[in-house]
Design a protein around this ligand. Structure first.
Ligand SMILES: Cc1cc2nc3c(=O)[nH]c(=O)nc-3n(C[C@H](O)[C@H](O)[C@H](O)COP(=O)(O)OP(=O)(O)OC[C@H]3O[C@@H](n4cnc5c(N)ncnc54)[C@H](O)[C@@H]3O)c2cc1C
Length: 533
């Protein structure tokens, strides 16, 4: 065994890159292992390239694990693509860049379950630490962190009229900062990019790394090496075969909501019967891979000339030429999302339970499951997504093979709970109400997706299993907690194993009410602070 570092961090994504950098800044020797390739291409770093990156299978496979769910029994046996970054920066290098913390109550709920140190007041400094918000720092926001956050700008007239219509139809307020004091209302979307460049954790934390932080791309970890109940290193897959790297202090697993449970299970940490079925020696019998849950949305597209954007090669090519000639001069410099709203359905208790994502582009429907290039309607269109942010359904991640190169079985068990369908349908009905309101109705030519023929609540409910799709926010599979369902304790240590922590989206006990990247980066900062004591 070669002693390579004080700390080994597995996975360079939203959490892992941050942990590795903070430990290195404190003087430790850190090795960061990443299965994917380097991220320094325009395809990854130019924000608007997300369109081709996700819609052209040949491009997507360069940076994606290529996972699919198992057949979803409540969604017409669909196998839903579970895109997940396999590249330096992880999913922060390929995501939609919208920037949302969630609701402060989400963290207070984690703390109330026994997760001491994770209330909103506790995690707020970790949120502030990583961000540079364009308005500067204040009580709620960070002003000088490595991740740049700006608001969408030059909103299309369609998006502007959507805001007006939403206010009129729902009575919701315009909220200048949904990541500030209050989440509720309608707002201009914030996004993690600036000056025409994606602000991933690779850009923010790794580009200018110190010499004591070694990043090894194209290095997949096969298992954590555990001796006498203590994690002492990892086994990696190389072209020469398997090799062991040793950590003098700790191993931190930040391989994401699929990668982390898979790696723990391959290392003998997981449900004992499941591991034995693959002849894996059991180190710790823990519910690793349980509690998988995810946000779902149903896109509704409306043909509207005022949306200005067409999903045509000509429209894309002209922006690409202009953006190449002058950086940060076109829509390619930013996320495609313009407006967000947090609202309450009839099911809501204390906080908003519905999110609307709004983008001035048409969206292919009814779903994008097939691994082909999906062609959206060519007209200018506004898409509004009814988004379920507190799903009740729970699923699993399990091994299909003891071979680390094999994909795991991912079963989010989407729409298992009827209330999840009901919430999405209520959101769809609300979107129709908004689109029929005075400030926007006259500008809408027609509803393209799902289409006016799906008229009643029952019609919409029937469409949900075919149209609902992942927002790519899987969490919860190495749950943090203090009871039998916990995999890690509130200091992120794997229960019953020394020298091993998990820190990424998988530790969320329950999903936050908003896109998960910001919370996962907070987890990275919070974990680093705990490691450094
Ligand atoms: C397509 C897409 C769009 C999204 N859009 C948004 C958005 O707009 N806003 C938002 O807030 N959130 C968004 N998200 C979600 C957000 O990006 C994720 O929640 C977040 O990045 C998860 O971070 P993580 O650290 O848990 O995992 P990741 O960032 O996925 O990092 C895990 C890393 O570990 C590596 N890895 C895994 N297994 C191994 C192994 N065995 N050995 C070595 N390396 C390994 C992976 O390659 C990866 O780089 C999106 C996600 C996707 C996929």
């Amino acid at each position: 065994m070669t002693e390579v570092a004080d700390y080994i961090v597995v996975g360079s994504g939203s959490a892992g890159a941050i942990i590795a950098r903070r430990l290195a800044d404190a003087g430790a020797a850190v090795t960061l292992l990443e299965a994917g390739r380097r991220d320094n291409t325009r395809l990854v770093r130019k924000p608007g390239m997300i369109g081709p990156l996700h819609s052209v299978p040949q491009l997507k496979q360069i940076v994606d694990w290529g996972h699919y769910t198992v057949e979803q029994k409540h969604a017409l046996a669909r196998k839903v693509p579970m895109t997940h970054g396999k590249v330096v920066g992880g999913s922060s290098s390929i995501n939609g860049m919208v920037f949302v913390r969630g609701n402060r109550k989400n963290f207070d709920d984690w703390a109330a379950e026994g997760n001491t140190g994770w209330s909103y007041e506790d995690v707020l400094p970790s949120f502030k630490k990583f961000e540079s918000f364009e308005d500067g720092g204040n009580e709620w926001r960070g002003g000088d962190g490595p991740i740049k956050v700006i608001r969408a700008r030059d909103l299309t007239p369609a998006s502007e009229s959507f805001i007006e219509a939403l206010v009129q139809a729902t009575g919701a307020r315009r909220n200048p900062d949904y990541n500030g004091a209050e989440q509720e209302g309608v707002s201009i979307f914030q996004q993690s990019n600036s000056n025409g460049l994606r602000s991933s954790t690779a850009v923010g934390y790794l580009d200018d790394r110190p010499a004591n932080l070694t990043v090894l791309p194209k290095t997949q970890v096969a298992r954590v090496v555990i001796e006498n109940g203590r994690a002492v290193g990892v086994e990696i897959l190389t072209v020469r075969g398997r090799e062991v790297l040793r950590a003098a202090r700790e191993v931190i697993v930040s391989a994401g909501a699929f990668g982390s449970p898979q790696l723990l299970q391959l290392s003998g940490i997981g449900p004992a019967d499941h591991l034995r079925a693959f002849d894996i020696d059991v180190v710790a019998d823990l519910p690793v891979g349980d509690n998988l849950h995810d946000h779902l949305f149903v896109p509704m597209s409306f043909a509207m000339p005022t949306a200005l954007h067409r999903s045509s090669p000509g429209h894309f090519a002209s922006a690409l030429v202009r953006e190449t000639l002058r950086n940060n001069s076109t829509w390619l410099a930013r996320s495609v999302f313009e407006v967000v709203s947090f609202l309450r359905t009839s099911q809501a208790k204390d906080i908003p339970d519905l999110q609307l994502h709004v983008l001035p582009w048409s969206y292919p429907g009814p779903n994008q499951d097939a691994p082909i290039r999906h062609v959206p309607d060519p007209r200018c269109a506004l898409t509004v997504m009814s988004t379920l942010i507190y799903p009740r359904s729970r699923g699993t991640v399990r091994l299909l093979s003891a071979d680390p190169a094999a994909a795991p079985a991912i079963d989010p068990n989407y729409l298992d709970e009827q209330v999840d369908v009901d919430t999405l349908v209520e959101g769809m009905e609300l979107i129709r109400e908004i689109m029929a309101a005075g400030p926007i109705a006259g500008a809408v030519d027609t509803e393209v997706q799902p289409g006016a023929q799906h008229r009643t609540r029952a019609d919409l409910a029937k469409e949900v299993p075919n149209r609902a799709t992942t927002v790519y926010h899987p969490v919860g599979t190495c749950r943090m907690g203090v009871d039998e369902r916990a995999v890690v304790d509130p200091t992120l240590r794997v229960r019953g194993v020394e020298g091993l922590r998990v820190a990424d989206a998988s530790i969320m006990p329950s999903i936050v009410g908003g896109n998960t990247n910001a919370t996962t980066m907070m987890i990275g900062e919070h974990a680093a602070a705990m490691l450094l004591g």
